[in-house]
Each structure stands twice: as C-alpha cells, then as structure tokens.
Design a binder for this molecule. Structure first.
Ligand SMILES: *Cc1c(COP(=O)(O)O)cnc(C)c1O
Length: 489
C-alpha cells in the first residue's frame, strides 16, 4: 500500500480509518481535486492497490441478491448493523435512567420502526404525520414524543392518546396552553440554548444547512425567553406542568461540548421543579468516510452523567432521567443504496472527467447535492461475483440520472456546488455501484419523483445476509395518482 505525502502521525491515524470497520474499506479521495482547506479537514488518501471486494456490509454476491429480489436501484439495510447501533445507544451512560428515542425522520420504514420498538427504543417524531405513521407501525402512543416545526392541528387528540409533546416555540406553547388551560397538563419545552453545531459546520453561531442550535437556527424556544420570564409566565398562566426540557443542537462527538451542553440544559431544568427528564436530542455524528469521526457514546456520555449527578447534589437530590434521540447514529451506516451504472461518458481537455451515470441519484440520496456530503462508494461487477472484481481502478465523477446538473454524487466535501473525482474500481456499463452510509436521511429524504422516477424499494438483510422486501418499488401510477383532470381546456 502506498500513501503519499502523509506524516507518520497522520498515517497512523489514517490507517486506523482505512482498516477500521466503521468505514468502507475502499474509500479513495483523489489528491488532485481538493483545496488546501479541505485537505486539512479530510485526510487525503490515495491507494494504488486493488479495488475492494466488499462495501461496508455488502459483497458482490449479496448486492446482486438484492437486485435479483427487487431490481435496481434498491435500498438495503443490515439487521446486524441496526442491532449493533441499537445496543450502543441503549448502553449510553446515565446517572438516573435512560430513554432512547429513535428520530424516525432518519428512516421511517415500518420495519425499522418495529425493530427498534422491539428493542425498547421509543420514538421522536417531527410531525403529526410521523406520529400517525409510528402508531400504524405498532408503536404505542405513549412511547412517541413530538418535537415539530409545525404543531399539528390534531395535537389535542395526540395528547389524549398519550403522545408527549414538546412545545418548540412560544406560539406552540400558547396554543397548547389555550387547549389545556387549568388542567395541569404535562408538557415539554424545547429550548435553543444559544449554541449548537451541525454535521458540516464547525461554527456554533454561523449558519449551515445542518445547524440546529444557536442564533442562526429557528429550532426551539430562544433561551432568553426562559431567562426573562416570558415562558415561565405563560406556563403559570395556563397552569401547565413542565415535565421535560428538550435541547437538540447537534453537538457532535466532543465530550467537552457535551458537558457544556448538558450543564447549560440542566440550568433550564432548575426553572421548573416539576421537570423529571432532560432530553439532549440527537446529532451523534457518524463517520461515513475516513477523516470523519464516529461519536464514542461512552466517552461523551461520561461527563453528561457527571453533570446529572452534580445537578442532583446541588438541587436537593433531584434525579433527572436522561433521554437521547439519535437518528443518524442508529441507521446511517446500516443502510446502502445498491444501484447500477447505466452509462459512462467522458469529456476531454482542461477540466475534463470520466463520468459514471447511475440509475439512481438525488431521487434517492440527496445529501451530496444538498450538503456536499461524502458517501463511500464501491463498484461491483455485474456478474455479482467476487472473483470478477479485478485489479484496475479509475478516477471518475459519479452522477445521478436526473436531467439536473446538480444531481452530483461526488461533490467536493462540504461543497455541493463543486465536483470531485473518486478512485473506484474500473467500471463498465451494467456494473453495480453501492453507495454506503445511506441509512439515514436518504430513502426518507430525497428529490422524490423528480423526472418521474419512482421511489426505490427497500430490503432488509437478515442476520444470514439474506434480503427481505420491506417496501416495494413505487409504480408510475402511484407517482401521479393524485392528479385531477381539469375541464379548463
Ligand atoms: C432530527 C432530530 C434528531 C436526530 O438527529 P440526528 O442528527 O439524526 O441524530 C433528534 N431530535 C430531534 C428533535 C430532531 O429533529
């Protein structure tokens, strides 16, 4: 293996990334396509040895089995990986009890919801529709908590069913209070504590599309409205009982930041002696490629536990329960999109590239074009046989199937407006391309039906690696079934 121009220290770090099983073993970044800034942020590694014969959890054989079952493209999920991530979350350190809630928007398929429900994991819903979807998947209403940007009109019915609601703005709290005035109804308060960071932002105050806390985020009640009495007065006026404080600011993987967030969030629990639970939200980052860190839940949980103990010591023994709401952490690396290379073209001259065109794209995996997110990619031979993987690699740009130049699967890291080359197994038309790290915010978040491409099916690989259908491919009729004929012309 040849890794040019890396210091020994970096090399040691990178090798653990290359060989660590959290990453696709084959991820290659082409050294030529990165600015100095992105080189600093992402370890730039180029390998000259043979292309890999497995992706994160698929082999040519198992990828082919998925395509044989439901066609291409298809989302594949690994039950083994879902199990392992559920185990890790359920072992999150805590002082006085833990509830894990799956942020279902990350991947809302009923099979996934049922699996987590069977593991004792509760649900974080982001809309009234998600609440209904979880209930129809068999999740008991009392195990669902709703934190939404749009409080649904039927929230009163939800509360009566046992769904827990976090008021995420002053107007939401006011609407809630008007309906439940004088009843002592329990409610949660989602606070924006004034700091926060998202997946692609190092700043805690600036804007990024993934920032969910701080002054440039609209999520939650701005902390000064707690401090200045506005929210406590409203709670008192309506006679509500605040049972939960909620913060979700995407705090990443740094234990010091988690301690700060926990301490700051605990300060809001002091405002109401009725608070029994502190929900610290999600945002536990997962490294999809080398240079991106996977959060060590034991490490970030330890100082949080200390903070809860200290709170109890300083507040007459008040033992608060911890809730966490992972989405990404539970599913990101448990899912992959299996697609087929349906064309290969090239340009020549300055700025030219060889392009692989998939039978999928932003209609399935939107994150690269939305955020400049980097997903691991592996090319497998059309035969589905490991022995046909071969030895040749090629630097290529991978694009989606939409007539939209933004349908780019290999952006520069963090720069959806710019492309980068990847070193992949040399591909022919008809070969498979697996996009790993596609378990979170892919099947459930896409430029759905653009160009009238139907939604891709989903399969779940059992513990023996055998795929089972958990959602069928959408039909063309379903794409336009709600259109109504008009007699205007
Ligand atoms: C989206 C969301 C989460 C999960 O975020 P991840 O980054 O996927 O872990 C948790 N809580 C709330 C309120 C959310 O909106």
């Amino acid at each position: 293996m040849h890794i040019p121009s890396l210091s020994v220290a970096t090399l040691a770090l990178c090798s653990s990334f290359i060989f660590g099983d959290a990453f696709a073993p084959n991820y290659h970044l082409s050294t030529t396509s990165f600015s100095a800034q992105s080189t600093a942020r992402y370890a730039t590694v180029s390998r000259t040895d043979a292309p890999p014969t497995t992706s994160v959890f698929l082999s040519p054989e198992s990828a082919k089995a998925c395509v044989d079952l439901v066609g291409s493209p298809a989302f594949a999920y690994s039950l083994e990986r879902l199990r392992d991530s559920a185990d890790a979350c359920l072992a999150f350190p805590n002082a006085y009890g833990l509830t894990v809630r799956y942020a279902m928007k990350a991947c809302p398929n009923a099979a996934i919801l049922k699996y987590f429900n069977s593991r004792g994991i509760h649900i974080d819903a982001s809309s009234g529709y998600e609440v209904r979807r979880a209930i129809s998947a068999g999740v008991p209403p009392e195990k669902i908590s709703l934190s939404s940007q749009e409080l649904p009109s039927d929230f009163e019915e939800f509360v009566k069913m046992g769904v827990k609601i976090n008021a995420c703005s002053v107007s939401q709290l006011d609407r809630f209070g008007k309906v439940f005035a004088g009843t002592g109804q329990k409610v949660g308060i989602r606070v924006n504590p004034g700091v926060g960071s998202g997946g692609f932002s190092s700043s805690t105050t600036g804007f990024s599309k993934t920032n969910v806390g701080g002054p440039s985020s609209s999520f939650g009640i701005w902390y000064s409205l707690i401090d200045d009495g506005t929210v406590p007065d409203m709670v008192a006026k309506y006679g509500l009982t605040v049972e939960r404080i909620h913060t979700h600011i995407g705090s990443g993987s740094d234990p010091e930041i988690w301690q700060q967030v926990a301490t700051k969030s605990l300060s809001f629990c002091k405002v109401w002696p009725t608070v029994e639970t502190l929900n610290l939200g999600g945002g536990y980052k997962v490294g999809r490629v080398e240079g991106e860190v996977t959060t060590d839940l034991q490490k970030i949980g330890a100082p949080v536990t200390d903070a809860f103990r200290q709170f109890a010591a300083e507040n007459g023994g008040r033992q608060l329960r911890l809730e966490i709401e992972p989405g990404t952490y539970l599913v990101a690396m448990s899912g992959a999109l299996v697609s087929t290379i349906q064309d290969k073209v090239f340009t020549t001259g300055p700025g030219s590239h060889t392009f692989l065109k998939l039978d999928s794209g932003m209609t399935d995996v939107l994150r690269p074009s939305l955020y400049g997110a980097i997903h691991p990619m592996t090319v497998f031979p059309a035969s589905g046989k490991t022995e046909d993987v071969g030895t040749e690699t090629e630097d290529v740009v991978v694009v989606g199937h939409c007539c939209e130049s933004g349908d780019l699967m290999t952006p520069k890291p963090g720069e959806p407006e710019d492309l980068a080359e990847r070193t992949l197994r040399k591909a022919e038309i008809g070969d498979m391309l697996v996009i790993d790290g596609s378990g979170a915010y892919c099947a459930g978040m896409s430029a759905k039906n653009y160009n009238s491409f139907p939604e891709a099916p989903e399969v779940l690989l059992d513990l023996d690696g055998k795929p089972h259908i958990i959602r069928k491919r959408q039909t063309l009729d379903q794409v336009f079934q709600n259109e109504v004929d008009t007699d205007l012309f």
